[in-house]
Every structure is written in C-alpha cells, then in structure tokens.
Design a protein around this ligand. Structure first.
Ligand code: PLP
Length: 379
C-alpha cells in the first residue's frame, strides 16, 4: 500500500518515520543474511553487523557495548528490567517496586505481573505539571524497595522527569533504578553515566529506526536472567535469534538522530510553538505539562468536554494523522491515567489530543493542522 503523499503525519511519538539510512541498512542486513550465532563466514559477517549496531547504540548512551542487550521492542526491554529488578530484590528480601503513576503501560503492567511472584507495587504520584513527585518518592523509599522505575520523558505530555534525582534516592536506600527512556532517546541527550541508572529501555521506531528492535542498557556487573528460555544470545540475557535488519537499522538511526539532534529539536519545538500560538484562544483549552521541562516536538492539548478520539478521526478524514493520547491505549474507554494523575477529571482528560513532529514536518503542516482543528471545533 502506497502512503498518501499529501497526508500530514503528526504522530511521530507513536511511530517516527524511518530514516533513509535506517531503510538502507535494514535492506543491507536483509540481503547479507546470516545468523550471528553460527560459525561460517556469513554468520561472522552478521555477528560483525550486530556488533556495529551494539557499538553505535552504546556510544549514543555513553555506555559500553557489553552493556547493551537487544530486544524486540521498548515493551520487552521494560519487562526485562522490571522482572530482573524484582527477582534481584526478592533474593535480598526486598519485595517492593516503586513506579511512577504516569508510566507507560509497558512498565505499569509489567510491574503488576510481579505481584504474582510476591512483589508489592506502589505508585509515585504526579504533580499537577506531570512531574513525578520526588519528595513523595523520598518518603516512600525504605529498605524493602527492590527497584524504582521512573520514565525519562512521558509519552503523552512530553514532560521530562527528574531521573537523576530519583536514581540517587533509590541508590541511597540500596534499590536499583530503571528508566524507560523510549521517548527520550534520539530526541534529547541521554547519558547513562550522568543519570547513574542501572537499566534503561529504548525503542528503535521512536527515533527513526525500523519497528522490531529495542534495547535494554544494563549496567556492567548487574546480573540479568532472560525472561524466555532458549539459546545463549545476548550473552545469555535474552534468548532468540537477533532481528538483525531492525537492529542494524537501529544502530544507523540512533547515530543519525544524535548527529541531527540539535537541529531537529529546534525545528520541532518551533512547530509546536506555532501550533500552540494558533490554538491557545480556543475556549477552555489547556496544555498539560506546559510549565514543566518537556521534549521538543510533542504538544499535548486538552479540549474539556470534547471527545479527543473523535476529533482525531475527524482530523484523519482531512488527511491529518494525530493521536488522542498514547497509541497503545486507542480503543481503551478509560480516560488517560497520565492526565487523571495530574488532577484533570475524566471529562477533561477525554478531550486529549497529541501532536508530535519530526524533521520532515513543515511550518505549513502546523498551520494546516491549526486551521482544520479550529474548523472542526467550530462545527
Ligand atoms: N515506553 C514508552 C514511554 C512508550 O512511549 C512506548 C511506546 O509508545 C513504549 C514504552 C513501548 O515501546 P514499544 O512500542 O517499542 O513496545
């Protein structure tokens, strides 16, 4: 199916358009096929490509190649982190997980799963600006906490979280610290050494890679057990043949994203400002998290009393792709847990829309979105 050329795509936080270099490298890995675990030359070529992707991914994060475990997605990386944080904690008599209330479902539901093996999950509240309440986190910590998980940036509001502070607090009481950096990596500088995190998740299709690859950064010497039984791939930390085309493309995409980061961020931030400026006079409109530090290129807005999902469908009829919240909760009748945690009531939260831009969007896109949205609301 050919993509419509004149469609305006403003849902890059759900799926960033694949970068040209990622498409080329994926094709290269598809053509030069081989299983990296084999002994012949096709296998060792594949293993070399795998290492190249590992080196580039590690370099972007300020990590060592050995600290990168490839997965199939951000969701898998989050699950691997939460599972291992819990298992490690249990062995030390620590049975509590602290997760931010505004986490992505990949973290929240993975944490809930650990209740079956005897963990207790407590939620760190959000301030009205969408930031994890660090003072409350401090009070929640004790020597029973196995791990704290706080996302780097929220996928609905774009709000950047105080991960460094949270990591320091977690470590002070002997707990591990994991951050879901799926929305941050490739868009703002992320350094594992600066945050001092034990684990960090990322996902290729959020910064211009090909869907089907993700990674979990795991601090050196932190033992990781695989969630799926199988072969010894990823040094025994994640079984299953690596999806080399997607992983190789991810290495290229992360390198390109970091090379262009400042320029892309400045551009997408301006697009958000233009759109916000055009929309700010709509009755009762609000912009959740607007006073907090946020990702460039993500604009979340609320139209209280309106149905965000319906408006997203009407925008689509006019050739505009946007989202009414997190892509993975589409069809979920409940209002966003992120927005209700910030204090918005259900009625307001259901009027959420998220526009997210990349380098390929133009000022004309932002202008057109504003024009169509104003018309839809008027009608
Ligand atoms: N974490 C966050 C913050 C996300 O935004 C997403 C996807 O939207 C995920 C995790 C899940 O990543 P994936 O789609 O690669 O499974």
């Amino acid at each position: 199916m050919e993509k419509t050329k004149d469609r305006i795509y403003a849902d890059c936080a759900a799926q960033h358009p694949p970068r040209q270099v990622a498409i080329e490298e994926a094709m290269c890995a598809i053509r030069n096929f081989g299983n990296p675990s084999g002994v012949h030359s096709a296998a060792s070529d594949a293993a070399a490509m795998l290492f190249e992707a590992r080196r580039k991914t590690a370099a972007a994060l300020g990590a060592k190649p050995s600290e990168v475990v490839f997965t199939s997605s951000g969701t898998e990386a989050d699950n691997l982190a939460i599972y291992n944080g819990s298992m490690q904690g249990m062995r030390q008599g620590r049975n509590r997980l602290l997760v931010f209330v505004g986490e992505h479902k990949a973290v929240i539901n993975a944490a809930k799963m650990t209740e079956r093996i005897g963990m207790t999950v407590d939620y760190v509240p959000s301030t009205p600006d969408g930031v994890a309440d660090i003072m409350k986190l401090e009070h929640m910590l004790d020597d029973k906490v196995a791990m704290v998980s706080l996302m780097y940036a929220n996928n609905e509001t774009g709000v950047i979280q105080p991960v460094k502070q949270a990591a320091q607090l977690a470590h002070k009481c002997g707990a591990l610290f994991h951050t879901d950096a799926v929305q941050a990596v490739g868009h703002i500088p992320v350094s594992v050494k600066d945050i001092e995190c034990d684990m960090l998740s990322l996902s290729a299709h959020k910064f211009g890679g090909i869907v089907g690859a993700g990674a979990l950064y795991v601090r050196d010497n932190l033992p990781i057990v695989p969630q799926m039984a199988g072969g010894m791939q990823e040094r025994g930390r994640r079984a299953g043949t690596e999806a080399l085309p997607a992983i190789y493309a991810m290495g290229a995409a992360i390198e390109a994203a970091y090379a262009d980061m400042e320029r892309e961020a400045a551009h997408t931030e301006k697009l958000c400002s233009v759109l916000k400026e055009r929309l700010k006079h709509i009755d009762n409109i609000c912009f959740p998290g607007e006073n907090a530090e946020r990702l460039p290129g993500v604009l979340c807005l609320l139209l209280p009393g309106k149905d965000g999902e319906r408006i997203a469908l009407l925008l689509d009829r006019e050739g505009i792709c946007a989202s009414s919240g997190a892509a993975c909760t589409t069809g979920d009748a409940a209002a966003s847990h992120v927005l209700t945690a910030m204090g918005y009531d259900e009625r307001a939260a259901k009027g959420a829309l998220r526009f997210s831009f990349c380098a390929e969007n133009s000022f004309a896109d932002a202008e057109r979105i504003a024009e169509v949205l104003l018309r839809i609301i008027d009608e």
